[in-house]
Design a protein around this ligand. Structure first.
Ligand code: ZN
Length: 731
């Protein structure tokens, strides 16, 4: 998968299908609430850990969860909309909807997440009866589900499923044997093909097939920095008090996990130190997530000869053969410095240290699928310490997510049949067209852009392919071996299948129909190399898209999200790719300069304190500039599209609509309402460090304080917080 895939950032646990750009915080999928794309890896771990007590909202019962519908009566009229519009809209909702103990955030989209998962659970339950007459798809998803839900079988097996892997590592005789063990682990656990915002979350490095930056019609091999277990390099390198405390707890966690794998205490303590030493050394040489945002920095083409010379301790010929990689025109090595340093580490450290690192990888990556003791300890560090969860999610939710990650298209067909009627698709397409038209008009009206660049921008906009709901072709999983008896093996088989599927793309024509999110996912993305916008059926539900509501409500919620994804084609990253997905500068020098000035206004504005994440925590606007630009531009497009739609009906934005609010007011209220979210400080801190999306409060208050159109709606005056003196506007 690719690195520059940009999403709306609603979710929690992206997994399988990647999303380029996020550690799969990173990658998204249906998990928690909407809103933030969290480090997927972590989130998913949060999600996958153990059985739990029932949570609020009937989460552990078969009761159908409640969907949130936009409700303007929820506003807190004791507050001033011109002070914080987010608080004005959300305060009452946030107060009456505290975060359940098994969640790290909870917002107006959380009910939808539960609702979607509940549908998937019903499908999985129905498919899981051990009936010889089941069709192939139901047998696959049903057996997968049965194995995951078989808690007593997993408990009875204890550590046994790990033993063959630990034995393999013990049998390694020399550092020459490491390459094939890396290949083996890259197959066993999901992640090696998913390049995140910070790194690829896989042992040693990431490897995948992806479109070439300079020629998007070609798929080439890409080799990415990886090897870390914490969310990114900052977690190893920062020395402030909180960071030091987390690192200390990580050391304790490593020690406990080694001890759980039956190492004597003294060895477990020493091994924890070895892992931290190796991972810290890798972290030091990783490219940071801000530099990584610029495609020019990672577009380092090498020949196979150069790759071999870069890291001779890795037997690349053996690696490529074992992962069945077709010949690649060239190899993109995202961060050569990282690989030079990894080579040095491989030479300097003895085989025993690498065996320790590999044992850790096996225990750590297997943890979510293991017995209770391992699952609990994994939860305690990755979900509780790092993200703030107080208790684990019910097992069924963890199993639904993993099934969606591993067999997403098989499960997605049933979801679409039940939850995404053709009317929803038709109305979404209408909105997408209206919003694309709004951007065409915006581009044409710009005073700072030359007609030459405008023409190119319009060409790119016209070239965007709109993908709504679900893929035209469903993936065939008949080669994934699934049994009712081994959850861990099922995950490994699905992971191998997916890894080889990505690698097999090398040298083949690009498949434009493919999606990197599953249909029930509550998220959306823009893909700059395919020039497509993608809205899974999972997000085309209330409170984002509500067939029962008027245009003002829908343009405010899903309309802003549609606008956001389209703007990604024209944010500071997306604007570097042309209509065909090639990394090519189509801007005149002067227009590029004008753009950068406007972009700097945004990144300066969002470089701000984040009190919700703890004292002294500061957002870096250079990390979030693309997402913030998309938030700001997206809402303008949605508002303009609403205005045009009302005009066709003989109405205007300032006419009174339902519930005593004008359409303009309803639009902004619906937008803010769809982002109301309680967020735990631990996950807030992680998002600020690793995620290119701003926190929900900023996605409302920063955006609207830049907008005279908002200030007009609520009568805000100069000097009030929602009227920014130095307002930014890119699109
Ligand atoms: Zn986005």
């Amino acid at each position: 998968m690719r690195n520059f895939f940009r999403a709306i950032g609603l979710q929690s646990c992206v997994i399988n299908s990647a999303k380029r750009g996020h550690m799969n915080i990173p990658r998204l999928r249906i998990a928690f609430l909407l809103i933030l794309v969290l480090p997927a890896v972590l989130l998913c771990q949060t999600a996958m850990v153990k059985p739990a007590l029932p949570v609020g909202g009937g989460a552990d019962t078969k009761e159908v969860p409640k969907l949130e519908h936009f409700d303007p009566h929820v506003v807190d009229k004791t507050l001033d909309p011109c002070n914080s519009f987010y608080k004005y809209t959300c305060n009452k909702w946030l107060t009456s909807n505290p975060i359940p103990p098994d969640q790290v955030f909870w917002g107006t989209g959380s009910g939808l997440e539960l609702w979607n998962e509940n549908l998937l659970r019903e499908t999985l339950d129905a498919a899981s009866t051990n009936d010889p007459n089941r069709n192939a798809v139901n047998k696959k998803i049903g057996d997968y589900w049965a194995a995951c839900m078989d808690e007593s079988g997993i408990e009875a097996a204890g550590l046994k499923p790990l033993q063959p892997e630990l034995d393999r590592i013990a049998a390694l005789k020399s550092k020459k044997d490491l390459t094939l063990e890396i290949v083996h682990l890259h197959h066993l656990y999901p992640g090696v093909w998913q390049q995140g915002d910070n790194q690829t979350n896989a042992p040693f490095f990431g490897f995948t097939g992806q479109q070439d930056y300079d020629d998007a019609s070609k798929v080439v091999a890409q080799i990415d920095q990886g090897g870390l277990s914490l969310p990114n390099r900052d977690y190893y390198l920062k020395t402030d008090e909180k960071s030091a405390e987390i690192l200390k707890k990580y050391r304790a966690h490593l020690q406990k996990m080694f001890a759980l794998s039956r190492e004597p205490e003294a060895q477990a303590a020493a091994d924890a130190g070895t892992v931290i030493e190796l991972e810290t050394a890798m972290a030091k040489t990783q490219m940071d997530n801000i530099k990584r945002r610029d495609p020019k920095n990672i577009n380092n083409k090498m020949s196979l000869v150069q790759v071999r010379e870069l890291t001779p301790s890795i037997d690349w010929d053996a690696y490529l053969k074992a992962v069945k990689a077709p010949a690649s025109d060239h190899y993109i090595v995202t961060s050569p410095d990282f690989f030079r340093a990894e080579e040095k580490l491989l030479q300097e450290h003895p085989l025993e240290h690498w065996k320790t690192y590999l044992r850790w990888q096996v225990i750590h990556k297997s943890a979510p699928y293991m017995n209770k003791a391992v699952v609990d300890e994994n939860f305690d560090f990755f979900a509780h310490t790092l993200a703030g969860a107080e208790q684990q999610q019910p097992r069924w939710r963890r199993c639904v997510r993993v099934a969606d990650r591993d067999l997403g298209d098989a499960l997605g067909q049933a979801y679409v049949d039940r939850a995404f009627p053709p009317d929803s698709k038709a109305r979404t397409i209408q909105m997408v067209h209206a919003i694309e038209k709004a951007l065409t008009e915006d581009v044409q009206s710009l005073s700072w852009m030359s007609s030459a660049t405008k023409e190119q921008a319009i060409t790119k906009l016209k070239g965007i392919e709109d993908k709504i709901g679900y893929p035209s072709d469903w993936r065939d999983y008949s080669n994934v071996n699934v049994t009712r008896t081994s959850y861990l093996n099922n995950v490994a088989h699905a992971s191998s299948f997916e890894f080889e599927r990505w690698v097999a793309k090398i040298g083949k024509p690009v498949d434009r129909t493919e999606w990197t999110m599953t249909p029930p996912t509550i998220n959306a993305y823009y893909d700059p190399q395919l020039n497509t916008i993608n809205f899974p059926a999972g997000i085309l539900q209330p409170p984002y898209f509500d067939p029962a509501k008027d245009d003002a409500v829908n343009f405010g919620a899903i309309g802003m999200i549609i606008g956001h994804e389209i703007i990604h084609g024209f944010d500071d990253q997306g604007r570097k790719f042309d209509a065909h997905g090639n990394l090519r500068d189509w801007w005149t020098a002067e227009d590029g300069k004008q753009y950068d000035e406007r972009g700097k206004c945004i990144s300066d504005e969002y470089t701000q304190e984040v009190p919700d994440a703890g004292a002294g925590v500061k957002q870096n606007g250079l990390l979030t500039q693309g997402e913030d630009t998309a938030d700001n531009g997206g809402i303008h497009l949605a508002l303009n599209a609403l205005e045009a739609s009302l005009k066709e009906q003989g109405k205007s934005l300032d006419d009174e609509g339902p519930d005593g609010w004008t359409y303009r007011q309803r639009f902004f209220l619906s937008n803010a309402y769809s982002w109301c979210t309680n967020v735990r400080p631990e996950i807030a801190r992680m998002i600020v460090t690793t995620d290119p999306h701003s926190l929900p409060i900023f996605r409302i208050d920063n955006v609207m304080s830049n907008m005279p159109e908002f200030q007009q709606a609520f009568g805000c005056k100069a000097g009030q917080k929602m009227v920014r003196a130095n307002a930014c506007r890119v699109w």
